[in-house]
Write a protein that binds this ligand. Sequence first.
Ligand code: ADP
Ligand code: MG
Length: 722
Amino acid sequence: RRYDTLAAARNWTPKSNGSFDTPFNITEIFGENTLQLEDLKERLPKVVWQDLKKTMGEGEQLNSEVADAVAVAMKDWATEKGATHYTHWFQPLTGLTAEKHDSFITPNQGGGALAEFSGKELIQGEPDASSFPSGGLRQTFEARGYTAWDPTSPAFIIENQNGSYLCIPTAFASWTGEALDHKTPLLRSVEALDKQAKRALALFDVDAKRVSSTVGCEQEYFLIDQEFYYRRPDLMTAGRTLVGAKPPRGQELDDHYFGSISERVLSFMLEAEKELYKLGIPVKTRHNEVAPSQFEIAPIFETANIAADHQQLMMITLKRVARIYGFECILHEKPYDGLNGSGKHLNWSMSTSSGMNLLEPGDNPHDNMQFMFFFAAILKAVYEHQDLLRISIAHAGNDHRLGANEAPPAIISAYIGDQLEDIVNQLLNGGMRESKQGGLLGLGTPVLPSLPKHAGDRNRTSPFAFTGNKFEFRAVGSSQSISFPIVVLNTIVADAIDKLCTTLEKEMEDNNSLEEALGSVLKDSLSESHDIIFNGDGYSEEWEKEAEKRGLLNLRTTMDALPKLTDKKNIDLFEKHRVLNDREIHSRQEIWAEQYLTTINIEADTTEAMAKTMIYPAAVRYMNELAENVERVDKLGLATTGSSSMLNKVNDGLNDLNKALEQLREEVLEVGDEDIIDRATHVKDKVIPAMNDIRDAVDFLERHTADDYWPLPVYREMLFVK
Ligand code: ADP
Ligand code: MG
């Protein structure tokens, strides 16, 4: 049966040419299925448009007349495009997106029907959302949460050949106003950053309307033929292979990375990109990644909120379109043992609404001072809140990458490149120049090397690297929502800017010039936080030791990191900037621990079921055959050494497997019902090792069982048939 799967996968042919029967022009289809601002403007009365623009550009409140007018315009646009339904599209704390469709149609008295959609329906929805995780934020008697329109992210249409519906990006909250989703805190963190960054810019005489973080994500993923996928219970239920021996050839030859893209994969990519263009998602690059069957797609950066929505849409679209081409798109961080996992580099910077990138080193002394201020603020933020950055990427899947010698280590540090490190050092030991120049350590004067423009970044081992005009947070997992990592970055940087501004303002009140004040503020701040800078090899053992000496955190797993979320320091931080309150933070901790526990439990059950019902029987059949053979060979008076030795191996494997299975059962039963953090920690400490033992036994059996008995598609098949 396994060979039928293999043949089916190998002989795959497209059912049709997909949408490529009709050629298309990128510029024409780009944004076709999003309600572009221009479209909305055309459809709205001028005053309404102006009100709306204010709401979007400057975060002002929306009144009900405006909402009604926008609702009508939106409905008209959507129905003209053939949409029959609408949905509030939101992001519960599962990390996925949620939608519940409602028809536009309202029956009228004459027995006909009318397409209707009001401002009220646009602004607010009441999905029966009692099954979403709330971590205690919602009592069952007030189980309903509500969704609220986010006008800062464009509405869009999802379509297939049978119809289409309008999606309205929304936030999701409880009736007491507490955030049950990822979007609400993201929007709040954007506000916090905007406030502090503008305050800082004012000190540099820059009048900015709005500052937002900008985000561009490089998404890695695997493709696998569906024929294999549906024969692997582990891939289907857990998103990763729970057993499977390493193939003789994995990624050793480095022949996949940037290699030419196979015909079928290319077809998939082109169609996925076309769908993304229609949604107004500016995808830019595609290439083969390091592991066989691994790929990457990256868009051009956008403002944080839109980038986060688009990232979710991108994951959904990749999965949807892959199926059209007979693939399953795997977003898990570690689908295959022994091969590179998948991440999602989150490129992050700050930009004014007029497009000034605050992390772009300048051409003149003044701009360089400003750059150094924000740069120092970020280093301070990362240093003070290593724990939060680590927590923001902590989940069961990512534990397979972090610190596992392929991805960034679990220690958070910042790579800034040699030139900037040199400048930081000069600022720190700047006594000489200070006396010489009298001003800001000669920053921007010929004495100091000019700031690097787009320094080549050759360090791939840092979890958080400055790459010329942005930071790249590399430890983010491929399957996760990027919202919380952005929330953390926005908030900790807002906080650092806040603190630096306060000292700077004080110094300037004492009649120091900006230059003088900045000199001492930067020096103090950098000397406090410079331990976070590390330009060396993040994978090396020496770094672990060195980091420990520096007192940096090394939170190896999710359950080492997550308990720290509710530390007083973190609650104070989020409350101070009005991003999350105490209850919201506790609820997130509970939900994420619960998710961790559930994930591992599902993996454990799946491992057990596969080992007992698929692997064990296969090995037993082969063992019988071997046993029979030994008997016969012996009867014939021949030496049985070969068969006996094989027989013993398979028997050993089966005994080991049995022992590991018993161990797993015991540990699963011990989980108990105490505190969620304790249960999740038990699972990490006891259940995962037991699962690993099962895997060892199964993989040993895979190497010793006749291939035609083996029930599961093996690595060499899954990874190389495309
Ligand atoms: P690199 O080669 O350093 O990885 P790229 O130019 O290929 O850089 O960009 C990688 C990602 O970083 C892309 O998604 C890109 O849009 C994003 N990016 C570039 N500039 C910024 C910025 N100012 N803010 C946020 N993301 C950015
Ligand atoms: Mg990059």
